[in-house]
Design a protein around this ligand. Sequence first.
Ligand code: PLP
Length: 428
Amino acid sequence: MQRSKSKAIYDRACGVIPGGVNSPVRSFRHLRMAPLIVESGKGGRIWDVDGHSYIDFCCSWGALILGHAHPAVIRGASEQMQKGTSFGIATEIELDMASRVVHLMPSIEKIRFVSSGTEAGMTAMRLARGVTERPKIVKFTGHYHGHSDALLIQAGSGAMKINPLATSKGVNPNTIADTICLPFNDFEAVRSLFRSEEGARIAGVILEPVTGNMGVVLPEDGFLECLRELTARNGSLLIFDEVITGFRLGIRGAQGLYGIDPDLTCLGKVIGGGFPVAAVGGKAKFLDHLAPLGSVYQAGTLSGNPVAMRGGLETLAILEKEGFYEELHRKAEAMTAPLRHALRNKNGCLQQAGSMFNLFFGVKKVRCKEDLKQLDEEMFIRFFHYLFERGIYISPSSHEAWFMTAAHTDVEIATAVGTMIEFIEKYV
Ligand SMILES: Cc1ncc(COP(=O)(O)O)c(C=O)c1O
């Protein structure tokens, strides 16, 4: 495959951008190849600067639930741009967007918009500490809540693989001294922590209710209920990081699917329709601790940016249409059912929650980060190359979710499945 322009751009980028990329996992170093340099996208496809097209199952790490360059999103955002791109002053469209989310997600009574999931996680954590006046935050190993210092410990996603020191180097040990990490799905670890002396010092528990950052890992039956009960009894806040799952698993996210009412919710990705929007929402009695009403400080020049709000509003309007998620899940199933079948007697598995899923090679089940130690990394690298060379792009890591969008056609899905099964039958 001729990729001379991509390689030349990457080489030049390495001279002026660390590692040639603005987010580590884009570099493909762990895949031992030059990264994809993308030029454009439309629907379920992207085109690189060398003119190759790829069916895209990463879709901006799950942000693009409608696929690339959806006409309604582009039209809305372009209209908004004519009126000005940023004011740093309150606008009515922020109210429209906030009202929409409050209407759609019952646990959210008030919401504050920010520009990245990192800010959302950081703000949720600060809010939990401010509200409870307690120091400790509990998180789970392999879960990723952005790159703020106190949450960058035993994190998933790119922080897990690219450079194992990235979760600790430069992070002051004092900053993470109050972050407690537990294994996901470990009921006893959580219960004994809450029973211990530390229990009274726990401000909040933050988690990805369905994890996307160590591949798709589901909560075991009763685990979310257990966290809800323990935090409520203990006066700690339960924080659902739904940056991936919010508006992805359904219009009410993972909390709707599992029937759990968290105190705070982090949103991102889908909510911005491909623009930089994220948010922290929740019970009014907690959100009202934020400045200017309360003394928990949070701010942002581009927070609630009107162009980004419009992109989000246009996206939500489509997600709300009857049958949207049924059709999305039908497409996901069309991809996952044959793959699961192909893997039944192989050393690998497929894990899925609705339109997010991925293959793991070397294991039959992943329920926590520990299980990832068994992953067959070499098999994944081979698989990635095989697909890439045949015009299929999946999330470039052995433990990241892939995403179905409403824009993928049945033909694109069938092409991808056929190629994947060919690989599985030949090599796994
Ligand atoms: C669950 C989760 N939380 C937070 C973040 C951080 O979001 P951002 O990359 O927008 O800072 C991510 C990013 O992938 C995520 O998956």
